[in-house]
Write a protein that binds this ligand. Structure first.
Ligand code: HOZ
Length: 433
């Protein structure tokens, strides 16, 4: 049984100086009840909190820690870079090297601009698509989350759904009018929107595997259908691969599914745990970005030397170790199979969505293919299950509407421990019904 009085005290204290006590909403545990744990360190598969509790963890900083925490390869690269100053605000060789590496790994990217977060990447990519096409509107999908830029906070996933504010106050009517939304996996709905807004749609943006309404996979033909539609209508197709980039394959979901967008946004793994994002794509589009072209975008800390060193070490490792992806797939499949067996034995309603090293459990009997079906999950059950896992030393995403991420630090023994904790936590959650 994990008790956490120091974390509780810190959370109370944090309320006075930080909105809601946290710097990113999902961390506040509001959707699952209880108080967030305040972390002090992490190594390999474990995080350690202020109270001395250890957690086997499945969020991995929401994706970046694909090699587990405090991986030596990334840490050494950072340590080597630190003595040369933390920031220059002037170009470096490392920025060229990482741009070349990204272009080599990600099928759609010929040129790339480094930024500081996934949010910056998506905001900038849509601006470039608008500048390039001379059109204003954008299509996004219900339950997809592309960071907190104004135009994305319409029918948004992640913390926005978790807190019940998918359409955030503070977004002007004008911005909202330029954001059109369609259900995920509904190609016909997208065609109707495009038809009804002829020559006005600059971009279609989506997570090629959605990870912010829980994990939702693209149905066969959906990505290719969008690709064909965008080509026909002169619309810029943007894959938001902030979560899936370098995670589902060295070249991301676009490599896994064999569909190449016009632009791609990246984050998380690309920084090896440092705050990095990037957007890139075809040369003819990226040449619209200042100073090559007229679409303005800039950043004092963009291409930061420490962040570039961490990212470079991470990406080089992943490119030269393709077995990472087969090993992660095997580990995750074992976890998923163990969970399915547990839930079948308990006679529970469930759907588990899984691809590569990402998965989500939904407590519903129906397949989860979009935001509407994701919402049929029993979120009260999820909250009890989450807390049962936490008490058994397993840290999951504190919301139904997130994906879990497996790292290479999860060994076969840890898979067994995880499945055992899963069984006990489910039994408890069912008994508390
Ligand atoms: N919205 C992020 C995951 N989809 C959560 C980020 C965080 O709380 O760190």
């Amino acid at each position: 049984m994990k008790i956490a009085p120091i974390s509780e005290e810190l959370f109370q204290r944090a309320q006075h100086s930080i909105p809601g006590g946290v710097n990113s909403p999902v961390r506040a545990f509001r959707a699952v009840g209880g108080n967030p744990r305040f972390m002090v360190s992490a190594k390999g598969p474990y995080m350690y909190d202020e109270d001395g509790n250890r957690y086997l963890e499945l969020i991995n900083s929401w994706g970046p820690m694909i090699l587990g925490h405090a991986d030596e390869i990334v840490q050494e690269a950072v340590q080597k870079a630190i003595p040369n100053s933390l920031s220059f605000g002037a170009p470096t060789r490392k920025e060229i090297e990482i741009a070349e590496l990204i272009a080599d790994m990600v099928p759609s990217i010929e040129k790339v601009r480094m930024v500081n977060s996934g949010t910056e990447a998506t905001m900038s990519a849509v601006r470039v698509a608008r500048g390039y096409t001379g059109r204003n509107k954008m299509i996004k999908f219900e339950g997809c989350y592309h960071g907190h830029g104004d135009s994305f906070l319409i029918a948004a996933g992640s913390g926005a759904i978790t807190l019940g504010v998918p359409d955030s106050p503070g977004v002007t009517k004008g911005v909202a009018a330029d954001t059109l939304t369609a259900p995920y996996n509904d190609l016909e709905a997208v065609k109707t929107l495009v038809e009804g807004n002829k020559d006005q749609v600059a971009a279609i943006i989506l997570e090629p595997v959605a990870g912010n309404m829980g994990l939702v996979l693209p149905e066969v033909g959906f990505l290719q259908g969008l690709r064909d539609l965008c080509t026909k209508e002169g619309i810029v197709l943007i894959f938001d691969e902030v979560m899936t980039g370098f995670r589902l394959a060295p070249g991301g979901a676009q490599q896994l599914f064999g569909v190449t967008p016009d632009m791609t946004t990246l984050g998380k793994i690309i920084g090896g745990g440092m705050p990095v994002g990037a957007y890139g794509g075809k040369k003819e589009i990226m040449n619209f970005v200042a100073p090559a072209g007229p679409v303005y975008q800039a950043g004092t800390l963009s291409g930061n030397p420490i962040a570039m060193s961490a990212g470079m070490a991470m990406l080089q490792y992943l490119q030269s170790h393709p077995e990472v992806y087969t090993n992660l797939e095997r580990t995750t499949t074992n976890m998923v199979n163990g969970m399915k067996k547990n839930m079948q034995e308990l006679g529970m309603n469930f759907t588990i969505n899984h691809v590569g090293s990402m998965f989500s459990i939904f407590f519903t009997e129906q397949p989860v293919t979009d935001f509407e079906s994701a919402k049929t999950s029993d979120t009260a059950m999820f909250g009890r299950y989450f807390n049962g896992m936490l008490q058994r030393g397993v840290y999951l995403a504190p919301s139904q509407y997130e994906s879990l991420f497996v790292s290479t630090a999860i060994t076969d023994e840890l898979v067994e421990e995880y499945i055992k904790a899963n069984r006990e936590a489910l039994q408890e959650a069912v008994a508390q019904q």
